[in-house]
Write a protein that binds this ligand. Structure first.
Ligand SMILES: [Zn+2]
Length: 176
């Protein structure tokens, strides 16, 4: 019987895997416009999840809005190039990325605009998301085996000679 927590963690894992697979077919971008319409974004693209913020303003009237975007591949490459071509402080390793534009930079082609971003590989997110479901599955398997071999599901104590409750931990014994 799956518990709600097990179900939620499994769904989160499925979502992480789905987003990872999807990232190779194009970019998913969530454009977040902050105060003054300053652009920030969360992007999933080519096996990476990127979080970036800039001082580029897309207009006061668009402040505090969220725009989901699914750009075509050419647009994505163009946008990524514009964002990442200018930063002078940039480290990339195995799907990890850390970038920051130089002071008085040129983010998105806007003079004086700044930009910073970090990216982590989707495999890391999927690995972390897999921990809880795997532990829950292992726990279910342990309980199943204990029950099958006549031991207490809670502590593993041999219950073949016991009735009512476990003499080791006090857990009630499920009737057979
Ligand atoms: Zn017990």
């Amino acid at each position: 019987m799956p518990r709600p927590r097990h179900l939620i963690s499994t769904l989160l894992l499925a979502l992480a895997v789905w987003l990872w697979a999807r990232s190779y077919g194009g970019a998913d971008v969530l454009l977040l416009l902050g105060p003054g319409g300053r652009a920030a974004a969360v992007a999933s693209w080519r096996g990476q999840l990127l979080v970036g913020a800039s001082t580029v303003s897309l207009g006061d009237e668009r402040a505090w809005t969220i725009l989901p975007v699914r750009p075509t591949d050419d647009e994505t490459i163009e946008l990524a190039h514009r964002l990442l071509a200018d930063p002078t402080i940039r480290r990339a390793w195995g799907g990890f990325l850390w970038a920051r534009s130089a002071p008085g930079g040129n983010a998105l082609g806007v003079p004086g605009a700044g930009f910073g971003a970090v990216a982590v590989p989707h495999w890391l997110i999927v690995t972390l998301a897999a921990i809880a479901p795997l532990r829950a599955t292992r726990r279910q398997w342990v309980v199943h085996r204990r029950r099958k071999t006549g031991r207490c599901a809670a502590c593993g104590y041999d219950l073949r000679e016991s009735t009512g409750q476990c003499s080791e931990c006090g857990a009630p014994i499920a009737p057979k």
